[in-house]
Ligand binder design. Structure first.
Ligand code: HEC
Length: 257
């Protein structure tokens, strides 16, 4: 009997210690590693959920290994290193990092890298096993939106793809229309003397807001390029962007912890 009681007390003590430990974890601010991993996880989930749409042949086998979530993400991560964070970037450095000024550029760059990969993969995504083409609407903006929706559900943090438009053409989807601060941010990053890749940021009492400019790459031109007004594959008029133009931005609002 005595041994059993001692055992029970020990279990109670252990539970107590666990409870205190977990509540102090919940109270600590989320770090860059947590946000990075959660954005990555959101992408992988979106890719896994859309395999039937983008990567499965009628007989159930896969079309291309590169469209599998893990390899798709690998390409995204390579792209991420290429477009602004530099070769020396180490994921480990995000551990314990809570400064939104550090975190915001990383997260927006990762999303942008996923969008660029999605633009590059359009041919693979839309090609059928028999060589025909069937548009899947799994385009950068859609991949990005699905990802940020998921990320928002998991973290409460809002990321958005937005634009000022060009040549009489505003955003294609009302959902992407900039709000007041986003408009200010987009004007800032499109100003003539603005440094390439530099983001715009501002702070309120509650949040740190950041706008990362996104540029037109080769893969974007078929839908957003010239001739102005010509219909792209999804029926939207092309806005007339040229290579390396700023197409818009990715905004993020991080809570000040
Ligand atoms: C296959 C065609 C296609 C390609 C390729 C493409 N886009 Fe788009 N893009 C669209 C469509 C269609 C929308 C509207 C999506 C929606 O309805 O949400 C859009 C929306 C956007 C938006 C959101 C703002 C808005 O107008 O609603 C941004 C920003 C954007 N695209 C940038 C890019 C960039 C940068 C690239 C290249 C990396 C790219 N797009 C490649 C078709 C494309």
């Amino acid at each position: 009997m005595k041994i059993k009681q001692a055992g029970l007390i020990l279990v109670a003590l252990l539970l107590g210690v666990l409870f205190i430990a977990s509540s102090s974890i919940a109270g600590t601010p989320k770090d860059g590693k947590y946000y990075f991993d959660t954005l990555k996880e959101s992408m992988l989930e979106v890719l896994a959920e859309n395999q039937a749409l983008i990567n499965v042949k009628p007989d159930g086998s896969i079309k291309s290994k590169k469209l599998l979530p893990k390899s798709y993400y690998k390409k995204t991560y390579e792209q991420f290193k290429k477009i602004g964070v530099g070769k020396k970037f180490k994921l480990k450095a995000l551990k314990g990092e809570t400064d939104p000024q550090v975190i915001a550029p990383i997260l927006t760059t990762l999303l942008q890298a996923g969008r660029i990969t999605t633009a590059k993969f359009q041919k693979a995504i839309n090609s059928e096993a028999d060589g025909t083409v069937k548009l899947k609407k799994f385009i950068p903006a859609v991949f990005g939106q699905l990802t940020v929706d998921r990320f928002h559900k998991k973290t409460g943090i809002q990321m958005k793809q937005t634009t000022l438009g060009k040549n009489d053409y505003k955003e294609r989807n009302k959902y992407n229309a900039p709000n007041k601060w986003e408009e200010k941010g987009l004007h800032a990053v499109t100003a003539k003397n603005w440094q390439t890749n530099a983001g715009y940021s501002e702070k309120t009492a509650a949040e740190y807001r950041y706008m990362k400019p996104i540029y037109i790459k080769k893969g974007c031109l078929g839908c957003h390029g010239v001739p102005i007004g010509e219909k792209g594959p999804y029926g939207h008029p092309k806005e007339g962007y040229e290579l390396n133009d700023i197409r818009g931005g990715i905004s993020i609002s991080l809570p000040i912890q």
